[in-house]
Design a protein around this ligand. Structure first.
Ligand code: OOG
Ligand code: MG
Length: 267
């Protein structure tokens, strides 16, 4: 049976706009291919653009073992970042605008040059990078409890919710990104620790993987794009009043406060 790409894109787009949840597409379409899943993703992003949003970069996902174990999907994937997903540092996350928020620490790259081609490697990525900085991504899967297969989550633009870039932007030539440590806390309590190497061995390796994956689909990354290279640790679920902080060695800190309806006191 052929996959109704536009209908499935509508379903995911509507769920995102109304903060509703949908069943994994593979429940109904077990034969959903990776190619069709990326077509659905493109069609969802095209709907955001038709609403006036703009693609400003890309996100990698499932680039660390911690993340792969967390959601039970063991291959990397990518999605697109749009302007409306960007949170400025110091701006709280409005929980009424998201469904199932989970926060994870990542290393962001800003490209100073176009990056495209089937032979992009980590060295080329580092040469094309203007700066790297710490980031927190807010995931917001449209699937209940993040129950999905690889193709489902690809179609859902890799669970994109919001993202925040903060800390101290640095020239990547000044750092060994493999060794950059990261301490993740929620409300002052340690949640997880990691180093840059958690991300496919080196965060620039992940960005190179993305460039090659895009080349295979006839596209690439433009100068000025921001790429978040994938969660270094498992994601942390957040609720009203939570503050998540990621402290990175030499890249500084990035923090996100969550504002929303006050939860009913537990009885
Ligand atoms: C899929 C998106 C994964 C990451 O950084 O690993 C991702 C998910 O976990 O819902 O953004
Ligand atoms: Mg992520």
């Amino acid at each position: 049976m052929s996959i109704p790409v536009e209908d499935l894109a509508d379903r995911l787009y509507r769920a995102a706009r109304r903060t509703e949840l949908v069943d994994p597409l593979t429940d109904e379409h077990p034969d959903l291919t990776m190619e069709a899943a990326y077509e659905i993703q493109d069609a969802v992003v095209a709907r955001y653009e038709a609403d006036g949003d703009a693609v400003v970069g890309a996100k990698l996902g499932l680039t660390s073992r911690a993340k792969q174990r967390d959601v039970g999907v063991h291959e990397p994937l990518y999605g697109w970042l749009t302007a409306s997903l960007d949170l400025d540092p110091g701006t709280p996350l409005d929980l009424s605008a998201v469904g199932q928020p989970r926060v994870e620490p990542e290393i962001a790259f800003r490209l100073g040059e176009d990056l495209e081609g089937a032979h992009v490697n980590a060295v080329r990525v580092l040469a094309a990078t203007e700066w790297v900085a710490p980031s927190l991504e807010v995931l917001d899967s449209r699937y209940c409890d993040y129950r999905f297969t690889l193709v489902d989550v690809v179609a859902d633009n890799a669970s994109s919710g919001r993202y925040l870039v903060g800390g101290v932007p640095r020239d990547p030539a000044e750092l060994d990104l493999r060794l950059v440590g990261c301490v993740l806390e929620r409300n002052g309590v340690l949640e997880a620790t990691a180093a840059g190497a958690a991300c496919l061995g080196h965060p620039a390796t992940a960005v190179a993987w993305l460039a090659r994956a895009l080349a295979a689909r006839g596209t690439g990354l433009a100068a000025g794009s921001v790429v978040i290279s994938g969660g270094l640790t498992a994601a942390v679920a957040v609720g009203p009043g939570d503050v998540v902080t990621a402290d990175f060695d030499r890249l500084g800190s990035v923090e996100l406060a969550c504002r929303g309806p006050v939860e009913q006191a537990a009885v």
